[in-house]
Ligand binder design. Structure first.
Ligand code: SIN
Ligand code: FE2
Length: 204
């Protein structure tokens, strides 16, 4: 696996078509238990342009109060479903981190307006643990910057089956999704893109 000097790895086609299909089915099963939710942003109350759900002992949520991790789905009040073994195996094989992830955040992007503004993943205590990012469905135009909000950024296309690992310094780099290439993939029955990010939340 090629890691750049900043600890970032981009692995196009890491999942083959069958692997991608299986993961889409896994997400559908998870979402039947923990439905996708359109969160609002703290303070402004403005809705995100994407839907989210989680698997794991910790799920990332947002509401008027804050961005945070919660053991319970805010809508159902139930714990999130467990992270499926195939995802744990991917994490163990690619991150080299000696502890399992606690959160699999699942983002669903659909249509022209779906995006995720430039941000850093800051709500985890275990900031030494890498973040593993899986893309399924429509190609995303991904933006990656540096440790500072004003640092220069580059953008590149991320296709279905791509896995990215943000380790080392890149773990704390600003990143986001500018937009989708809508209709570029037929993997998802309703179109769009699924993104799964595996995160270690608490310090082991
Ligand atoms: C994220 O930053 O949480 C997700 C990025 C992506 O959709 O690839
Ligand atoms: Fe992020």
């Amino acid at each position: 696996m090629i890691r750049d000097a900043q600890g970032f790895s981009l692995l196009p086609d890491h999942l083959d078509r069958d692997g991608q299909q299986a993961m889409v089915e896994l997400v559908a099963a998870l979402a039947a238990d923990a439905p996708f939710t359109r969160y609002v942003m703290p303070r402004t109350g403005r809705p995100f342009s994407i839907d989210m759900t989680n698997a794991g002992s910790q799920g990332w949520i947002a509401d008027r109060q804050s961005y945070r991790y919660s053991a319970l789905h805010p809508g159902t009040g139930r714990p999130w479903p467990a992270i499926p073994p195939v995802l744990l195996e991917l994490w163990r094989g690619l991150t080299g981190y000696p502890h399992d992830p606690e959160c699999c955040l699942i983002n669903h992007y659909q249509g022209e307006g779906a995006k995720l503004s430039l941000h850093r993943d800051e709500d985890e205590q275990a900031k030494d643990a890498p973040i593993l990012n899986i893309s399924l469905g429509d190609t995303a135009i991904f933006r990656l910057g540096g440790p500072g909000r004003k640092d220069p950024t580059r953008s590149f296309a991320v296709t279905s089956g791509t896995v990215m690992v943000f380790a080392g310094p890149s773990r704390m780099f600003y990143h986001g999704v500018d937009r989708l290439r809508v209709g570029s993939s037929r993997l998802l029955p309703g179109g769009g893109r699924l993104n799964l990010t595996l995160r270690r939340v608490t310090r082991p």
